[in-house]
Ligand binder design. Sequence first.
Ligand code: ADP
Ligand code: MG
Length: 653
Amino acid sequence: MEKLTIKDVDLKGKRVLMRVDFNVPLNKETGEVADDTRIKAALPTIKYAVDQGAKVILMSHLGRPKGEKKPEYSLKPVSKRLSELLGIEVKMAPDLVGPEVKKMVDELKDGEVLLLENTRFHPGETKNDPELAKELATYADIHVNDAFGTAHRAHASNVGVAQYLPSVAGFLMEKEISALGKVVENPEKPFAVVMGGAKVSDKIGVIENLLEKADVFLIGGAMMFTFWKALGYKTGNSLVEEDKLDLAKQLLEKAKDKGIDFVVPTDAVIAQEMKAGVEKKIVSMEEGVPEGWMGLDIGPKTIELFKDKLKNARTVVWNGPMGVFEIDDFAKGTEEVAKYLAQLDAMVVIGGGDSAAAINKFGLQNEVTHVSTGGGASLEFLEGKELPGVKSIADKGKKKRRLLIAGNWKMNKTNSEAESFVRRIVQLIGGSDEHIEVAMCPAFTALSTVVELTRGTQISVGAQNMYPEDSGAFTGEISPIMLKDIGVDYVIIGHSERRKYFKEDDEFINKKLKVALKHDLTPILCVGEVLEEREKSLTFCVLENQLRRDLDGISEDDVEKIVIAYEPVWAIGTGRVATPAQAQEAIKFIRDLLAKMYSREVAEKVRILYGGSIKPNNFLGIIIQPDIDGGLVGGASLKESFAELVEIARKVV
Ligand code: ADP
Ligand code: MG
């Protein structure tokens, strides 16, 4: 599961809206930060953004103020501590959103840091209110999500904003995803799972998911007694979930069927009270726990047995303490297992809030591969669920079709201007990419020059127009044969400017498409609605009409060769850009329409581009959309910025 990270984006001078987890405990008397572990955990990402020259806008929740401005949950103490840790002043906003906050954001200089007030002061946060998300998104160019601890919640500040801004992972998020992702998706074998903690019911999802992958499964903690009881042994006053006895039996059966070494402890440490200094005894499973006593830790034989079962493991996931580790008398099982894992030559990943606390208590947090900082989030991850706060981060390497970045120069650049420009672009783009194709569409007078200068590079050349006849008495026109002859591969057809100024209708466009295809020229067919049509919600209707007419009579084999460019006319040369969500929506509509007109298989092969005021600062948001396969670029294709677009696409494929 590869995600774009903060390292994949250019942050210099950019406004970066960063979601971190500053949900720290505060000292009740002094009001200061009582434990700054979480602040420190977010430092690498914040520092990196500052060093890159970004304007950093931080967001976090703290506690549960339930949508109200409660001063006791203010992040002010955090800004103070963060200032100390960063060594630069962190400005504190009076609220999460609003005119005053907006002003502070606008005044932010490169390398400065602003902390917004508690996200949960706003009721829209936990409701994932799109209006709040939109407002937050106006503060920035890019969203960085470093709050793994909140990733199991779809809130406005982590998930909602990603609808409007490209969202990338911070370093902490990246580390969590890569460690937990590895053990869930592709653990090196033998794979051992150590499960404990209070209740089976909390962990059913995790057990069931990991049972699919594990070779060895070790059970400790209070949940072991539910298994003892299910096996017919006495459990006294131990914490047993009576309603989970059947489940325990089923899990034992399932493990047996799968040939998993499922190990239930053979002995336990028991006491009459869950208290330090009380009398303790060790009982075997066969003896069981007598009435009036309760099991509070795994016993010494079990510790040895577990070590033996773990000795060959290459991957270990541990979730849930082996006993009541908070009390030293019952901490031995947890401590011994922790120590053993710490020296084991294996990938060891620890999830769960109390398990992390346990490993910290024994000072072994740096001796294992990864201790997850997200309690609930890490459990849901181990259950195999897709966390909304991970899903919303842009994917890397998931593009289904080869990207095309095509520059439409329109009526710009003379032949000599083209020459020096293309030399420069060839140099800037360099190398070649398996997953990206670049095309330049100059005026007819520069076509030959551009073909010559791009020979042997990944850059193809396209014409901006053609006449749908092979040759003949068509004064002033250029035929597809002439284009092919000089080495042109693409031709733009149906551009809105030709539809408007040269009155080209769908019938003519349809003819052009057919003739282009006949001569093996790849058409880039432009479709799109004008502003009035969008405002009347006619976008889909217009697109459907255009496409049905333009593609009339074109076969399945041929339509696969066509590149479609969705160009909302209101966004062409106006500086207005469709939001990434609008572009994705329209392009998905086009793909679904193709599936209806032809087949899903065909629709999945057709490349569909977005066009309309694409620039390096908005391209990332567009190109990460699942159905968008590139861009038809106007103004930005006339400058060196064209190469920047290719650079951005390279991070995504
Ligand atoms: P995590 O937060 O790591 O997922 P849990 O929340 O499931 O772990 O469980 C942790 C709690 O389980 C600890 O507070 C610990 O005291 C308790 N626990 C462990 N073993 C026992 C036991 N035998 N009896 C009662 N409580 C136990
Ligand atoms: Mg817990």
